[in-house]
Write a protein that binds this ligand. Structure first.
Ligand code: DON
Length: 315
């Protein structure tokens, strides 16, 4: 039986392994404010089902969620308008393209393939029929991360709003094909705000703990998200959460995970543990280099691959 100190040691080792790969990537700079991140930062937080928190490295550094927000906006859309409406506007299939690609929109492969790419997330955000969608989003994030102080990083939000021309192109293309309802600028503003909510690995590991336990908080026993919603979100994290690196990540690590260009990755294990990593150095696919390697290391060391405990008999 492993105790918290054993996990602390393994996290330290994963950090060393993650650090040894940092030279093969760079910090995102297409959102100018993100370029200010310190490339030497790397950290991890792991929560056990009894609420024990283990951590290593720069685990307390705040960063913006970026695409990790796509998991929360999907939860909110499914909660408010339901399965039929959401999946009439966005698909469930992985793409082999990068996260901000417009190629499928231009060739009329509609609706957008899945809620984890930018086009799919912008449509998902437009589905949230509430008087104050960003307010409801922030409230959900605070609730699921158990942290009432989580807030918007105004600088990052303004920086992306000013420079997010690709996302603007996506929103207008979607409007021209009658997929996006409402004012594209208003939907984009919501999307940019959601991406710019600032968290730490501790916040996201707490959220991952709930996802890992099918929506019920193992610490309090309270149902925080309905199980059918968690099943959809985790399936899409596994198949699409790391963009055009999702297949390789599923083979090597096998943990439903979602990355963001702010450097975060949130990962919900089959064994009921919540994990979050932070490292702003990204690879060419837009995923955290250190984060991917730390999760790969942990998966091997702790046998966390979602198929790891199943045995197969050849027929
Ligand atoms: O829309 C964007 O481009 C960013 N706000 C989020 C993209 C992102 O995080 C992709 N992640 N790996």
């Amino acid at each position: 039986m492993m105790i918290a100190q054993d996990f602390d040691l393994i996290l330290q080792d994963s950090l060393v392994y993650g650090r040894s790969h940092l030279s093969c990537g760079k910090v995102a700079d297409y959102i100018p404010e993100l370029a200010k991140a310190d490339p030497s930062h790397l950290g991890i937080c792991l929560m056990l089902p009894d609420g024990t928190v283990c951590h290593a490295g720069s685990w307390k550094i705040p960063f913006t969620m970026q695409s990790i927000a796509k998991t929360f906006s999907l939860i909110l859309a499914l909660k408010t308008v339901g399965y039929e409406k959401v999946f009439s506007k966005v698909g469930m299939e992985p793409t082999g393209d990068c996260f901000d690609s417009i190629v499928q929109l231009e060739t009329k492969q509609l609706p957008p393939f899945n809620p984890m790419i930018n086009a799919g997330a912008i449509v998902t955000v437009s589905c949230i029929e509430l008087p104050n969608p960003f307010g409801a989003f922030l409230e959900l994030v605070r609730q699921l991360c158990f942290n009432d102080t989580i807030r918007l990083n105004e600088q990052v939000y303004l920086s992306e709003k000013r420079t997010g021309l690709r996302n603007r192109s996506i929103a207008y293309l979607l409007q021209s094909d009658h997929i996006l309802e409402g004012d594209p600028e208003q939907v984009l503003d919501r999307y940019f705000r959601m991406c710019s909510v600032e968290v730490t690995t501790e916040d996201l590991a707490r959220y991952a703990l709930i996802l890992a336990n099918d929506g019920t908080d193992p610490v309090t026993g309270e149902e925080m998200i309905e199980e059918w919603i968690v099943r959809i979100v985790k399936t899409l994290m596994l198949t699409c959460g790391m963009y055009d690196e999702s297949g390789e990540f599923a083979v090597k690590t096998g943990i439903p995970s979602k990355s963001g260009v702010g450097g975060g990755i949130v990962a919900a294990t089959e064994q009921g543990m919540g994990i979050a990593t932070y490292g702003p150095v990204l690879n060419k696919k837009g995923n955290s280099v250190g984060g991917i390697h730390m999760l790969e290391y942990l998966s091997r060391k702790l046998n966390l691959h979602y198929l790891a405990n199943k045995t197969y008999t050849a027929v």
